[in-house]
Design a protein around this ligand. Structure first.
Ligand code: 6OG
Length: 159
C-alpha cells in the first residue's frame, strides 16, 4: 500500500448515564451545527484511548471513569483521499462538570429525545447498538460531505 492509503484515525466518546446522553453542539470546524459525541484526531505518539480521553477533556472538560470501547466506524467520503476510522468509546460516569468550550456546547438529551435529525446520518444506525452494549463495526459512504449513500453495520466481538 502507498503511505497515503492508511485511514485517518479519530475518536468519538459518548457519555450515556443509562437514561440520558451528553452531546456537544459543534460550534466550528467539521460537522459544525451538528450534535455529536466528543472526539477528534489521534495525535502521533498517543494511543487511541489516550486521544479519546484528551479530546473529552478538551471539548467537554470532563474525565470518563468507565471508558469502554463501543465500536469502530469507517467513513468514506467521495471528496476525501483517505477513509476515516473513528473509534467509538462510551462511558456512564465521569468526573468534573461538563462545560462549554470554543468547540462544543454540551447538552443532555433523554434517550427518547436524541436529536438524530441534527446529527450525522450514521448515528441513528449505530446508537441503538451502543445502548445495548453490542460492539459494532460500521462502514458508511458519504457524498457531498453529509449525504449518506450506503452503509453496512455488523455486531462483532471486540478486538
Ligand atoms: P475534529 O474535526 O473535531 O474531529 N466525526 C463523525 N461523527 C459521526 N457521528 N459521524 C460522522 O460521519 C463523523 N465524521 C467525523 C469524529 C471530528 C469529530 O467528528 C467525528 C471526531 O470526533 C461522517 O477534530
Amino acid at each position: 500500500l502507498e503511505s497515503g492509503t492508511s485511514p485517518k484515525l479519530l475518536t468519538l466518546v459518548m457519555i450515556d448515564d443509562g437514561k440520558r446522553v451528553l452531546l456537544g453542539h459543534k460550534k466550528r470546524g467539521f460537522g459544525m451545527g451538528y450534535y455529536n459525541g466528543f472526539g477528534g484526531k489521534v495525535e502521533p505518539g498517543e494511543t487511541i484511548r489516550q486521544a479519546a480521553e484528551r479530546e473529552l477533556q478538551e471539548e467537554a472538560c470532563i474525565e470518563a471513569v468507565d471508558l469502554r470501547e463501543a465500536g469502530v466506524l469507517v467513513f468514506a467520503f467521495d471528496d476525501q483521499p483517505v477513509a476515516w476510522e473513528v473509534h467509538v468509546f462510551a462511558a456512564s460516569s465521569f468526573r468534573g462538570e461538563p462545560a462549554e468550550t470554543d468547540e462544543m456546547r454540551p447538552v443532555w438529551f433523554n434517550h427518547e429525545d436524541v436529536p438524530f435529525e441534527q446529527m450525522w446520518a450514521d448515528d441513528q444506525f449505530w446508537y441503538p447498538l451502543l445502548l445495548r452494549r453490542a460492539y459494532f463495526r460500521g462502514v458508511f459512504a458519504f457524498t457531498q460531505t453529509t449525504q449518506l449513500l450506503w452503509h453496512s453495520l455488523t455486531e462483532r466481538d471486540p478486538g
